[in-house]
Design a binder for this molecule. Structure first.
Ligand SMILES: O=C(O)c1ccccc1NCC(=O)[C@H](O)[C@H](O)COP(=O)(O)O
Length: 257
């Protein structure tokens, strides 16, 4: 039986083929001045990349009421360092248009969160207003990861290179990733263990910016990450379910209102 990543990648291959047949739609954000994700993550004592995500394979529908522009404004007002926006449609109920909509209302660096397997998706990300893309080591051969990273830089974007274990971490370091995301979610069981981040952080030099991803719920989690030398977290569900996103983000960072 196929695991969720394999299923998602099969749909992506079809999506990419269809996109290539249709050709690229160029949008106003093609020449938009880019914001640096690296700089934004370095500027804060602890940085939060706040995620806009309607649904996910592990949790189903997360947000019935879903207004990407409003959520982006709330995140920016609450002090997020950057915004991650899901664009995958079948599994996360995202859309490329959500990325463009969010770009219209925020000055924060914007990450296209999707399963990128082809250069055309990076061109699309830029055209729809992204400053950075997610590249998942588990979804790519090291050669493809390298060529996608080159394309990313060539287009003036940045990459969050995502790993799940030590082997993937070595590949990310080998290709010269500047920002590495450690995903705490096991893609076979959906189990989330923050210890994944804590264990792998010790193996990474200080020049690389580490982002812990998935399952971060409260200030205690952030304290553990900070103690392990991690400078940033990507948080989706906790913020998406919060009625008062500003208060929740503040509590995550400071522990109290
Ligand atoms: O979230 C899932 O179910 C999922 C399944 C398969 C591949 C990726 C998946 N999630 C993507 C993410 O990495 C998360 O959206 C992100 O790290 C935020 O996680 P959370 O704070 O737990 O919403």
């Amino acid at each position: 039986m196929k695991n969720i990543l394999e299923k998602i990648l099969l749909t992506k291959q079809k999506e990419v083929l269809a996109r290539k047949e249709r050709g690229l739609f160029f949008r106003p954000f093609w020449d938009y001045p880019r914001k640096s994700l690296e700089k934004a993550l370095k500027t804060q004592d602890f940085a939060i990349i706040a995620e806009i995500k309607k649904a996910s394979p592990s949790k189903g529908l997360i947000a019935r009421e879903f207004h990407p522009k409003k959520i982006a404004e709330e995140y920016e007002n609450a002090g997020a360092a950057a915004i991650s926006c899901l664009t995958d449609e079948p599994f996360f109920h995202g859309h490329l248009e959500f990325l463009a909509a969010v770009r219209e209302v925020t000055k924060l660096p914007l990450l296209r969160k999707d399963f990128i397997i082809d250069e055309i998706q990076i061109e699309e990300a830029r055209a729809f207003g992204a400053d950075a893309v997610l590249l998942i080591v588990a979804a790519l051969s090291p050669e493809k990861l390298n060529s996608l990273l080159e394309k990313t830089y060539e287009l003036g974007l940045e990459a969050l290179v995502e790993v799940h274990d030590e082997k993937e971490l070595e590949i990310a370091i080998e290709v010269g990733a500047k920002i590495i995301g450690i995903n705490n979610r096991n893609l076979k069981t959906f189990e989330v263990k923050i210890e994944t981040s804590l264990a792998l952080a010790a193996k990474v030099s200080e020049e690389i910016i580490l982002v812990s991803e998935s399952g971060i719920k409260d200030h205690a989690d952030i304290c553990l990450l900070k103690a392990a030398g991690i400078k940033a977290a990507l948080i989706g569900e906790t913020l998406m379910r919060a009625k008062d996103k500003e208060a929740t983000l503040y509590q995550l960072l400071k522990g109290q209102k």
